[in-house]
Design a protein around this ligand. Structure first.
Ligand code: OAK
Length: 826
């Protein structure tokens, strides 16, 4: 299917009878089976395809409307998308949810039983990938003409299991049973080159145009997933590229002489490019394959963008008026050099003209502040893998540094700091610098993040080009994270507000505020939370065997394991609670369930050991007859979007405890607050904006702010002095050191203790006292259910700002300058 030509329209019916008829027809003709002999997967696939047909219909009308309007398109380039399950979303978005239950019941199956076959495509690691999915959802909902581009990894984010409490990674073979939600588009395949040599163009005396002859060629095979908007007819797509060997790759001669493995060498090498998602959240493994992945994504996508542009346009002058490309962090930044190469080398434009177009086309979103997450690539590797692109980097840098020298005559220090090339023993290309130089707009993802980017990480650039810097605070889609995840609360909200308009106008949640003091509403609110917690308790018991009390305070820390996010601080608090109960078993305590969820990168040994420690602490706490009366620790394995949708509606307390100045934004913080969890958090990322909105009285604040953390580090931070000065902290650390959580073996968790007392890079010990005291305030607040419920209602009521619809509107106004295109009804 091509997406841009007008076509005859076929519309699927929109009555229950037609839906049922299509189901039976699809079961028979698509799946080749009958109602009597259908299996669970047959039922699932048939339902999926029947719902999908309704989307295809809208997609055809979207394509026709876009073709007619020839609008400016947003192209979102992202190495990651964490879409979550598709079935329930698409039932909701096509308004067919209401038919499925009666039909399914008629046939003797439950929709829930079919949903287990709906596999979550885990094509991302964490926040950055999930944000991409939320933005795509909101773009479709706001009728923004957009295409997302990504990689169709054969294996997504690894499946996490625990063996003896240790994280074990298993491959995520997500397409094993087929993926009913994607359409292959073989007509749009592209060829991508790697390696090889470049030669001068004799007609270009300046030597800015050259010819590249790649040494290896790979095919990019596209397929796309449909991205429907809610409450609208628009269906956009995410186009995913899979690497395939070019046709000549099979070595028939070698096969003929029995060299079966060698005969497919080239095929294996090519297909490895999209084989696996790098399970690395922020540190760079420095692997050639990863760079190949990045360029593969970029090269396929740019050719596709140009193909689409040419369907309705000609000439290059108008390119940047019709095309805006958003770079999701630095992973796709090679697109800047690739567009220059296409324009200059292949389409014969002059350098300056090409540069003008390129710079007008791209924008860059940065998602981190951690220096180790800022990508750099060795010049040597680039020269070998992408020789022409390296030459283009040099040329871009040359002209850019001329500009810097003009702005700061005689200041070679600033030239060194800003250069795209980092000098040193091993020269490297700084991808963030290339991104800023090649973009019209650069944005951070929360106010503090943008301020710190402009003030520290990208300070020189913000001085030179202040107009390029923007803030666009992240958001989350209320459809998935409130309506789908929390149907009970959604129903209550709709009942209170009169209609479902809040789903596309989330600020309307403010209307709940006046009811926060209404006892009947509070009771209903509490009932919903209790209901969600009972559901979670049952699921946790099934998966971990641990019984939890739905009336206990549900304290949730769900996110990737990383030192800066400080799961170690949460663990010190858990151990402190345990020690207190042991020391005084007669006293009364607020019953709590602490729930951890998250994966550690397979090579991140410190965090894998921390995961083992969490499980070990859970084992001790949950089996201690006294402690377990008040405290339970659970850690369901394999946290993902599906599990997030289960856990978030049941949370009472949201742990957002990163060291101030380290978390770019966070989005879990928004999802939890929106579902009425109260936040205990530092002044970091979007926590600050959440607190500003929900009010300081409805937020548990603790810890150092960014200036205090910076000052402490400058003054020479000594974790040991905090350890020595605080009895409870000392006891908590000593409990780990004593071997309590390793059957007396003091060595197992010694590295955790050493990391805390040695460097404590993210100053968990410095914030410990403030955190534990704040947790006491939380416990105190919990003892007054009316007050707690009021705070919970106000959190939901005041978090409308954090809808990704608002985020997309801001991108549209500040950066993309795109207008919606309405798609007509059938
Ligand atoms: C991943 C790889 C490289 C750089 C950043 C990331 C990433 O996932 N960053 C996260 O992005 C989220 C969406 O903007 C933010 O909410 C998180 O704070 C940030 O860590």
């Amino acid at each position: 299917m091509t997406e841009a030509r007008p076509r005859p329209r076929r519309t699927v019916g929109d009555s229950l009878e037609e839906f049922e008829r299509d189901l039976i027809s699809n079961l028979y003709y698509q799946r080749g089976t009958t109602i009597e002999s259908a299996s669970g997967p047959d039922g699932y696939h048939t339902l999926a395809v029947t719902v999908r047909d309704r989307l295809v219909d809208r997609y055809a009308r979207t394509a026709a409307a876009h073709y007619a309007a020839n609008p400016r398109f947003v192209y979102y380039l992202s190495a990651e998308y964490l879409l979550g399950r598709q079935l329930r979303q698409n039932l909701l978005y096509t308004d067919t949810e209401r038919w499925v239950r009666p039909i399914a019941e008629d046939l003797g199956v439950s929709p829930e039983a079919l949903e287990v076959y709906d596999v979550e495509p885990g094509l991302g690691n964490g926040g950055l990938g999930r944000l991409a999915a939320c933005l795509m959802d909101s773009m479709a909902t706001l009728d923004i003409p957009a295409v997302g581009y990504g990689i169709r990894y054969e294996f997504g984010i690894f499946k996490q299991t625990f063996r003896d409490g240790k994280q074990v990674e298993r491959p995520d073979d997500w397409t094993f049973y087929g993926n009913p939600w994607e359409f292959p588009a073989p007509d749009d395949r592209q060829l991508v080159g790697f390696y090889g040599t470049t030669v001068a163009d004799p007609k270009d005396p300046e030597n800015l145009r050259r010819k590249w002859t790649p040494g290896e060629t790979v095919r990019g095979e596209p397929s796309h997933m449909l991205v429907p908007g809610y409450g609208t007819q628009t269906v956009n797509i995410i186009r995913l590229w899979q690497a395939r060997a070019s046709r000549e790759s099979f070595d028939l001669a070698r096969f003929g002489v029995g060299q079966y493995v060698e005969a497919v060498d080239d095929i294996v090498r090519a297909e490895n490019i999209s084989k696996v998602l790098y399970p690395d959240d922020s540190t760079e493994p420095g692997r050639e394959l990863r760079l190949k992945q990045q360029y593969f994504l970029v090269a396929c996508s740019l050719r596709d963008i140009i193909r689409r542009y040419r369907l309705r346009n000609s000439g290059w002058e108008g390119f940047a008026d019709k095309v805006v490309i958003q770079l999701n962090d630095t992973h796709p930044v090679m697109a800047v050099t690739e567009l220059m190469r296409l324009l200059v080398d292949e389409h014969g434009l002059g350098w300056d003209e090409a540069w003008g177009i390129t710079r007008r086309t791209f924008n860059y979103t940065c998602h981190t502040l951690l220096p180790e997450a800022l990508e750099t690539w060795p010049v040597q590797l680039l020269e070998r893998l992408l020789p022409r692109h390296m030459e283009i980097v040099y040329a871009i840098n040359h002209f850019f540094l001329e500009e810097v020298r003009q702005a700061y005559p005689g200041d070679e220090d600033v030239v060194r700091r800003m250069s795209i090339i980092q000098e040193g023993d091993e020269r490297r290309v700084r991808m963030a610098h290339l991104a800023v130089v090649g973009s019209t707009a650069v944005n951070g993802v929360a106010e503090l993040h943008t301020k710190l980017l402009a003030g520290t990480t990208l300070h020189d650039f913000a001085q030179l080009w202040p107009e390029r810097f923007h803030n666009v605070t992240n958001g989350v889609t209320p459809r998935r994270f409130l309506r789908m995840a929390n149907p009970a609360l959604s129903e209550l909200i709709t009942e209170m507000l009169g209609d479902e308009g809040w789903l596309t106008d989330l600020e309307r949640l403010h209307g709940l505020g006046p009811h926060a003091d209404d006892p009947a509403f509070r009771a209903a609110w509490r009932d919903v939370k209790r209901h969600n917690k009972a559901g979670l308790a049952a699921a946790v018991e099934r998966s971990t065997g641990v019984l939890i009390d739905p009336d206990a305070l549900c304290d949730v820390m769900i996110k990737r394991f990383h030192e800066y996010k400080r799961q170690q601080l949460k663990l010190l608090h858990v151990i402190t609670m345990m020690n207190r109960i042991r020391a005084d078993p007669q006293a009364t305590y607020v019953p709590r369930t602490v729930l951890f969820g998250g994966k550690a990168a397979p090579g991140y040994h410190a965090m894998k050991l921390l995961i083992e420690l969490v499980n070990a602490v859970a084992g001790v706490v949950n089996t201690d007859p006294v402690v377990s009366r008040y405290l339970r620790v659970v850690f369901p394995a394999d946290y993902n979007v599906t599990k997030a949708q289960f856990i978030i509606p049941a949370a009472d307390l949201s742990e957002q405890i990163s060291l101030a100045g380290k978390e770019a934004s966070g989005t879990g913080n928004m999802k939890l607050a929106l579902n009425g969890a109260l936040t205990i958090g530092t002044l970091d990322g979007a926590n600050i904006e959440i607190r500003d909105r929900v009010g300081a009285d409805n937020f548990f604040l603790f810890g150092m702010d960014t200036p205090a953390a910076t000052a402490l580090r400058r003054s020479g931070y000594s974790p040991r002095s905090f350890y020595e000065a605080d009895f409870e902290l000392r006891l908590a650390v000593d409990t780990i050191a004593s071997g309590t959580f390793a059957k007396g073996d003091r060595d197992v968790f010694a590295p955790v203790v050493d990391a805390m007392l040695g460097r404590d890079e993210y100053m968990a010990l410095a914030d410990y006292r403030s955190y534990v005291d704040c947790q006491d305030t939380v416990a105190e607040a919990w003892t007054d259910p009316d007050r707690w419920t009021r705070m919970s209602i106000l959190n939901t009521a005041r978090c409308g700002f954090f809808s990704s619809d608002r985020t997309v509107r801001e991108y549209c106004e500040q950066i993309w300058k795109v207008d919606p295109v309405r798609v007509g009804e059938a």
